[in-house]
Design a binder for this molecule. Structure first.
Ligand SMILES: [Fe+2]
Ligand SMILES: [Fe+2]
Length: 387
C-alpha cells in the first residue's frame, strides 16, 4: 500500500523498470522477435520503448487495457455501492466525520437494532469501506495514467423524504426494491452450485413479488413508532428494516462473487493483489449481514402483505439462520468432494451479470438511458478483458 502512494518520480525508478523488464521479457512474443536478452535479463525501459512500439499499450504504467477495464468497472460498482450505503447510513447508521451526511432516523435505527444492537456501527463501517474502495481504485487508475470513473452526472434520483436524510440527488433507489434472497439458500446448499447451472429458491419469497422500501420513504413510514427503552416499533417499520437487513447481504454477496470472478482475468500481479485484497472485505461484510438478517423477526407487513417467514421453522434445514458459514458444496465438477467456497465464481460474463442483478433488484429505477448505457459499456469492456 505504502509503495503505491510513493511520489511519481519513484514510480519511474529502477525498481519499476525491473518490474517492467520482467513483465516484458516474460512474453513469448518478445523472444519470437529475435532480440537477444542478456543473461541477467536487465534491459532499459527506454530501449524497449524505442525499439518495440508494439508493446506500448502493455507497457503503459505496466497494466493492460483489460486490467484498466476491470478496475474501471469495479470503480463504478463501488461508487454505486457507496451511494446506496450512504443512504442507509444517513438514516440508520452513524453520521460522523468519517461518513458525514444526514442526521439519523431514531425509528429506523430502533427497527434495525432489533436485528443487532450494533447495526448502526456496521452500516457506518460498511459505508466507509465502500468509499475507500472506489477512492482507492480511482486513485490507482490515475497513477497508471488511466481515466478514473465518475458517475456524478447521474446523481438524479430523489432522496427519502424522511427526517434525517439529506436532500440530494442519488444514483440508486432504495425505495422500490425487489430483493432476491436466493443467496440465503445458495450458501446453505450442500449439493448445488450456480456455476454448474443450479438455481435456488428465495428465502423470503415475498421480497421477489413486489417493490418494497428498505429505508423509510417519508415520516409516514415511521407512523406509530414510540421511542423509549422498550420502543414500540410498528410492523410496517420493522418490515422496512427487515428488507434492509436482507438487502445488505444481497449487495455484499454480489461483491463477494464479483472480485474472485474478475480476478481470474486480471494480468498484472499488482492489480490481482488489489482484487484479492478488496474482494474478501466484501465477504466479511456479507457474512456479518447474513448473520444479522437471520435475526429479522417473522412478521407480515399490514400495509402491503409482505411476509417474513420463520426461517427456523421445522423441516427448513436449507434456511436455518445460524448456518452463516458457507456450507461445503460441489465445485468445478460433481466428481470432486464438496468444499466450502464462494459461489458463483464463473468469470465469463461476471460484470454484465452483476449489472443485471443490480438492475433486477430495482436499485436503478428512475435512472436514465445514458446511465445504463455507460454501466453496460463498462461491464462489457471488463468482460472482454483477457489474461
Ligand atoms: Fe466495496
Ligand atoms: Fe460492498
Amino acid at each position: 500500500m505504502e509503495q503505491q502512494s510513493k511520489p511519481s518520480q519513484e514510480e519511474t525508478g529502477m525498481e519499476q523498470h525491473t518490474q517492467q523488464s520482467k513483465l516484458i521479457t516474460s512474453r513469448r512474443s518478445f523472444l519470437s522477435r529475435g532480440l537477444v536478452v542478456g543473461g541477467a535479463g536487465v534491459i532499459s525501459a527506454g530501449l524497449l520503448a524505442n525499439g518495440l512500439p508494439a508493446f506500448a499499450e502493455e507497457r503503459s504504467g505496466s497494466i493492460t487495457k483489460g486490467d484498466i477495464a476491470i478496475l474501471r468497472f469495479l470503480s463504478a460498482a463501488e461508487i454505486i455501492e457507496t451511494d446506496l450505503w450512504q443512504q442507509y447510513n444517513e438514516l440508520g447508521g452513524i453520521q460522523d466525520s468519517e461518513v458525514p451526511g444526514g442526521s439519523g432516523s431514531p425509528g429506523y435505527v430502533a427497527a434495525l437494532s432489533v436485528l443487532d444492537a450494533d447495526m448502526s456501527q456496521y452500516i457506518h463501517d460498511n459505508t466507509e469501506d465502500e468509499f475507500s474502495h472506489f477512492t482507492f481504485i480511482n486513485a490507482y487508475l490515475v497513477s497508471k495514467g488511466a481515466n478514473p470513473v465518475n458517475l456524478d452526472k447521474f446523481r438524479t434520483l430523489p432522496s427519502s423524504k424522511a427526517t434525517g436524510a439529506q436532500q440530494i440527488g442519488r444514483l440508486t433507489n432504495l425505495m422500490q426494491l425487489t430483493v432476491d434472497t436466493s443467496w440465503w439458500i445458495k450458501y446453505r446448499s450442500r449439493t448445488k452450485n450456480p456455476d454448474l447451472g443450479d438455481t435456488f429458491p428465495p428465502a423470503i419469497p415475498g421480497l421477489l413479488k413486489g417493490q418494497f422500501p428498505a429505508i423509510p420513504r417519508n415520516d409516514n413510514d415511521l407512523k406509530g413508532f414510540v421511542p423509549g427503552t422498550t420502543p414500540t416499533i410498528p410492523k410496517h417499520l420493522q418490515a422496512i428494516a427487515n428488507t434492509a437487513g436482507f438487502h445488505f447481504a444481497f449487495i455484499e454477496q454480489g461483491g463477494t462473487s464479483l472480485y474472485p470472478s474478475l480476478a481470474q482475468r486480471v494480468s498484472n500481479p499488482e492489480v490481482l493483489r488489489i482484487l484479492l485484497s478488496i474482494g474478501p472485505t466484501e465477504t466479511a461484510h456479507f457474512q456479518t449481514w447474513m448473520d444479522k438478517a437471520g435475526n429479522a423477526p417473522p412478521l407480515t407487513d399490514p400495509t402491503n402483505g409482505l411476509v417474513f417467514p420463520d426461517l427456523n421453522a421445522p423441516g427448513g434445514e436449507d434456511t436455518q439462520t445460524n448456518l452463516i458459514m458457507p456450507e461445503p458444496t460441489i465445485f468445478l465438477n460433481r466428481k470432486f468432494p464438496p468444499v466450502s467456497i464462494i459461489r458463483p465464481t464463473e468469470t465469463q460474463g461476471a460484470a454484465t451479470g452483476a449489472v443485471k442483478a443490480l438492475t433486477a433488484d430495482g436499485l436503478f429505477i428512475g435512472q436514465s438511458k445514458e446511465f445504463f448505457a455507460l454501466l453496460n459499456q463498462l461491464a462489457q469492456e471488463a468482460d472482454a478483458a483477457q489474461r
